[in-house]
Write a protein that binds this ligand. Structure first.
Ligand code: 0WE
Length: 263
């Protein structure tokens, strides 16, 4: 059990297809105890139902990551129920639909700000609040520290048509991972990004050409297939676990090798 006795917060479960939910299931299987946030009443029932299947006592917090008061309440809640935190999973992103349809050059000021706020700044906002809970000595022998994993995508590094402002937001997220890793390293908190290949999630639904994109990856990736939720979840558990004790500030590609191809 790679995460025996560890307590983690999962941010970004929307439904059973969510990468965050895949990670939650794999982490629970490895012995972790989990808390979750949900984004507004619309998704509360979904997250409640899923969380209950693993642990009927799992703490749930309403949290729009652009709302500082709600972020504060999440960590106050974890402080009072657990008193400490071992890991954090960030799996949230949003851009307005119109920004993912037209050209990047047309990105509006408020669309740009919203995408970066929800998809990039939120990692720093969450990590800052997690630090005090991760630096409390705990366990036997007592240890302090933690692990943070954020989900990213290849569109941060190379142009993926229509990913547009999300590519800029993920680039900022990956840079944030490096700066957070630098700041929090002395506190024994590791911060890494996991760059997943495309997965059919709620976030992918309705994105025109998504199925063609998955066919393209399947035909060109060295492993000649798309990633599964399990592939991504297993790599996330690795990064959260002591097996990755020497890894921080890294972007780990879990993409069946797609990103190594030049032509
Ligand atoms: O990060 C993502 C998607 C994130 C996302 C999805 C939506 C759809 C619904 C952010 N905001 C919204 N806003 C909505 O209104 N991915 C890695 C999946 C994804 O999205 C794409 C992709 C891939 C891959 C969009 C265009 C091209 C490729």
């Amino acid at each position: 059990m790679l995460l025996a006795g560890k307590k983690g917060l999962i941010v970004g479960v929307a439904n059973k297809r969510s990468i965050a939910w895949g990670i939650a299931q794999a982490a629970a299987r490895e012995g972790a105890t989990l808390a979750y946030t949900y984004q507004g009443e619309r998704l509360k029932a979904n997250v409640e139902e899923l969380a209950k299947t693993l642990d009927p006592t799992a703490p749930l917090y309403d949290c729009d990551v652009t709302n500082d008061a709600q972020l504060d309440a999440v960590f106050q809640g974890i402080q009072s129920s657990w008193g400490a935190l071992d890991f954090l999973v960030h799996a949230v992103a949003f851009a307005k639909r119109e920004e993912l349809e037209g050209e990047f050059v047309g990105t509006s000021r408020d669309g740009y700000a919203l995408a970066l706020d929800v998809s990039s700044y939120s990692l720093t906002a969450l990590a800052r609040r997690a630090v005090p809970l991760m630096t409390i000595p705990r366990g036997l022998p007592p240890v302090a520290g933690g692990s943070v994993v954020a989900l990213t995508y290849y569109g941060a590094e190379k142009v993926i048509p229509r990913y547009n402002v999300m590519g800029v937001a993920k680039a900022a997220l990956e840079a944030s991972v490096r700066y957070l890793a630098y700041d929090l390293g002395p506190k024994h908190i590791r911060v890494n990004a996991l760059s997943s290949g495309p997965v059919q999630t709620l976030a992918a639904r309705g994105i025109s050409g998504f199925s063609d994109m998955m066919k393209h990856v399947e035909s060109r990736a060295p492993l000649r297939r798309n990633v599964t939720l399990e592939d991504v979840a297993h790599a996330a558990v690795f990064l959260l676990s002591p097996l990755a004790a020497g890894i921080t500030g890294e972007t780990l590609h879990v993409d069946c090798g797609y990103h190594i191809i030049g032509m």
